[in-house]
Design a protein around this ligand. Structure first.
Ligand SMILES: [Zn+2]
Length: 93
């Protein structure tokens, strides 16, 4: 009788451990899914928003000064100050 009740107790513990293991596996799975969706959101944000430098570079290409002295004014020719700014920001060394 004692052996049988020991066996039942052992079986109940094994069952509890199994359920705990399944719960853990499910939680890990949920965390991984959450990770993937967060990474996707981060990546899509990076794609959607150009950096400040890209925006200034576009502004210069459209014919505006981006140098501090004449920022936002229309330029006739290439501006050395703007080009200097673009050159240095482009080099991230
Ligand atoms: Zn300029």
């Amino acid at each position: 009788m004692t052996l049988y009740s020991d066996f039942l107790e052992w079986q109940a513990r094994m069952q509890a451990l199994l359920e705990e293991g399944q719960e853990l596996a499910q939680r890990i799975n949920e965390q991984e899914n959450q990770n993937v969706s967060l990474q996707r959101r981060l990546l899509s944000k990076e794609d959607a928003q150009p950096s400040g430098f890209d925006m200034l570079s576009d502004l210069y290409d459209e014919g505006y000064h981006i140098c501090p002295a004449d920022f936002g004014h229309q330029r006739e020719d290439d501006c050395l100050f703007c080009l200097n700014f673009l050159h240095h920001k482009g080099n991230k060394e």
